[in-house]
Write a protein that binds this ligand. Structure first.
Ligand code: C2E
Ligand code: CA
Ligand code: CA
Length: 283
């Protein structure tokens, strides 16, 4: 009976936590308690890694509950549809940031935003994204859309339609968590995508497990076959980076370069990239 009591208490605590998040979301958006962090992506094709873009990842700095990771509220908001509000906010913030960096540095740093599977079903998705781009005067090619592979297997026909339209309007689509979903391999030839992101679990385990290493190789080969770049995320060590480079992976994202950071702390990455470019020009 003690066990049952504790079980009930835990369930109750979770219920209270979730109800609080649901209740507070609108206020959090209005007060900008949701913060967009940026993680750099580096091309490793050449001799030296080059900054190519960033991924926008949301955090919630709650006045009472403190720092909350997306893993603690994204699934909840996906289950009740509120994710649309979160994503919309993140897209706007990211577009505003792209604009700011452009004005500040005269360079475009494309930002990838996550598009939840729920948004794929939204008939206004394209209009919303275009509206944001025009409001912040950025081009549709500067905001890249990450869609998780499992969203593809859920409703392939609908997805092909949505993705087609978005791409015709200049948006680029990244297939996130590739290899972790349950899509048929055939799907990848019917749904046009612009970038393939290898699921992080394969990268994490590739050094200790032959199967994971093989899967990473296969995914990189698939990307090459499709003539699109492959991205490895969750790269934490130099040895992982070297292995990926040797296998022909194009772009790296992970703690090896940086954790996701607030926009202010991302500036040095851009400045370093610009001075590297200028150095090259002066050669
Ligand atoms: P994801 O899109 O697959 O993002 C990658 C996650 O891996 C991020 O976790 C990132 O911080 C983490 N990561 C990056 N490099 C490393 C590394 O080297 N080592 C380790 N251990 N982790 C690394 P995060 O920020 O906690 O986000 C978790 C998930 O929440 C994301 O997975 C994404 O599915 C979702 N998410 C985050 N922000 C948003 C958003 O604005 N909208 C939607 N719809 N989902 C979001
Ligand atoms: Ca992502
Ligand atoms: Ca991912």
């Amino acid at each position: 009976s003690k066990c049952i009591a504790r079980y009930n208490n835990e369930l109750h605590a979770k219920y209270i936590f979730e109800e609080t998040l649901i209740h507070d979301l609108d206020e959090a958006i209005a007060n900008k308690e949701l913060k967009v962090y940026y993680q750099p992506k580096y091309s490793i094709v050449g001799e030296k890694p080059r900054l190519t873009s960033a991924e926008a990842l949301v955090r919630w700095i709650h006045p009472k509950l403190g720092f909350i990771n997306p893993g603690d509220f994204i699934p909840l908001f996906e289950s009740n549809g509120l994710i649309r509000k979160v994503d919309n906010y993140v897209w706007k913030e990211s577009a505003a940031q792209i604009r700011r960096w452009k004005d500040l540095y005269g360079e475009s740093i494309p930002v990838s935003v996550n598009v939840s599977r729920i948004n794929i079903m939204d008939p206004d998705l394209e209009a919303k994204l275009e509206d944001i781009c025009s409001r912040y005067e950025i081009s549709t090619s500067e905001i890249m859309l990450e869609v998780t592979e499992s969203a593809y297997s859920e409703n392939t026909n609908r997805l092909v339609e949505v993705v087609d339209k978005l791409r015709k309007n200049g948006f680029r689509i990244e297939m996130d968590d590739f290899g972790a979903g349950y899509s048929s391999l055939n799907m990848i030839t019917t749904v046009p995508v612009d970038v393939l992101k290898i699921d992080m679990s394969f990268v994490r385990n590739m050094e200790k497990d032959e199967c994971n290493l093989k899967l990473v190789k296969i995914i990189i080969e698939i990307a090459k076959f499709l003539k699109i770049p492959s991205v490895a995320e969750g790269v934490e060590t130099e040895s992982q980076l070297n292995m990926l480079k040797q296998m022909g992976c194009d772009i790296i994202q992970g703690y090896y370069f940086s954790k996701p950071v607030p926009a202010m702390d991302f500036a040095p990455f851009i400045e370093r990239e610009i001075s590297a470019k200028n150095l090259k020009k002066g050669e």
